[in-house]
Each structure stands twice: as structure tokens, then as C-alpha cells.
Design a protein around this ligand. Structure first.
Ligand SMILES: CC(C)(COP(=O)(O)OP(=O)(O)OC[C@H]1O[C@@H](n2cnc3c(N)ncnc32)[C@H](O)[C@@H]1OP(=O)(O)O)[C@@H](O)C(=O)NCCC(=O)NCCS
Length: 144
């Protein structure tokens, strides 16, 4: 298995997101090619891919990093591994690669959220050293 940060948006990448995003969210459509270009070219986001020896895309995750007055922070978002490749350590490898990258970029913490019903994800993150943080997570929905 290989872990890489995407440098270029290809048809194969687009097809992989069409396959993977429905396995992560029933409400969000897969990103368009232009939206993927936005992610790949933004200095705030690193799009990680896990591929097998043949180059087949097994999973993806996005690392978001940004500076705020109290430091440089990182968030892990949209982690998903193809159903056929789960339980083999792909999610773990993606997570570890993002933690390493966040550290390399000078971040002092990495945050993420995961619903309690996502049992495999919660097990994975705790195995990778993430601890439940005592804070309230809020969201306000917007029209846009
Ligand atoms: C969460 C996800 C990314 C994990 O990917 P993965 O490649 O299978 O991850 P790993 O193989 O590194 O580890 C998975 C862990 O979950 C465990 N697991 C798998 N299915 C499980 C289940 N139903 N209940 C509890 N644990 C489970 C595995 O045993 C493994 O833990 P272990 O190594 O301690 O035994 C993958 O299951 C997925 O894409 N799920 C759907 C989308 C999702 O929930 N994304 C996370 C959003 S926060």
C-alpha cells in the first residue's frame, strides 16, 4: 500500500471519489473536478490517497491546516476506505500520514470528530492516539 498527497486531479481520481463519497455520506454528492482542483491547490488542504500496488485507489482523507492567533492547527476530515479494503490498516496508514504531515507543518494538535455510531472509525482513531476532548461541538446550519 502507498500513501501520497494528491498533486494532480485525474479522471481516475474523480471516479474514485464517485465510488468513495457515497460510502462516507448519504447526503453529500461527490466533488466535481473543479472542486477537487480547489482542494489540491489550496495551501490549507492536503488530499491524501491510499493506493494498492496496482495503483487502485483504496481510500482517501483530507488534512486541513491553518494558523490562528494561538497557534497552527490541523483537522482531519472525510476519511473513507473502500468497503472491499477495510480492516487491513488502510485507515490507520492514512491517519498516521496526516498526523506526520501536521507535525511537519508545525501544528501542535490535530482534531477530528466522529459520530459514536461510526464504531470502526472511533476504534481506529483511539488506536492512533486520539483522545476524547472535553468540549462542546456546535454547528449552525446556513442557507448557502
Ligand atoms: C473508518 C474507516 C475509514 C476505517 O478504515 P480501515 O481501513 O478499515 O481502518 P483500519 O483497518 O486501519 O482499522 C479499522 C479498525 O476498526 C475495526 N473495525 C472494523 N469494523 C468494525 C466494527 N464494525 N466495529 C468496531 N470496530 C470495527 C477494525 O477491527 C480495526 O481496528 P483494530 O485494528 O483495532 O482491530 C472505514 O471503516 C470507513 O471508511 N468507514 C466508512 C466511513 C467512515 O466512517 N469514515 C470515518 C468518518 S469520521
Amino acid at each position: 500500500m502507498f500513501i501520497e498527497i494528491v498533486a494532480e486531479v485525474t479522471d481516475e481520481l474523480l471516479a474514485a471519489f464517485e465510488r468513495l463519497i457515497p460510502q462516507l455520506s448519504s447526503s453529500s454528492p461527490p466533488p466535481s473536478a473543479d472542486e477537487l482542483v480547489d482542494i489540491v491547490t489550496s495551501p490549507a488542504t492536503d488530499l491524501f490517497l491510499a493506493t494498492d500496488d496496482d495503483g487502485t485507489i483504496l481510500g482517501t482523507a483530507t488534512l486541513v491546516t491553518f494558523r490562528i492567533p494561538t497557534g497552527r492547527r490541523a483537522w482531519i476530515e472525510d476519511v473513507v476506505v473502500d468497503d472491499a479494503a477495510r480492516g487491513l490498516g488502510v485507515g490507520g496508514a492514512l491517519t498516521q500520514a496526516m498526523v506526520d504531515r501536521a507535525e511537519e507543518l508545525g501544528c501542535t494538535t490535530v482534531d477530528l470528530t466522529s459520530r459514536p455510531t461510526r464504531e470502526a472509525a472511533n476504534r481506529l482513531y483511539q488506536r492512533e492516539g486520539f483522545e476524547v476532548r472535553d468540549t462542546n461541538v456546535y454547528r449552525r446550519k446556513l442557507d448557502g
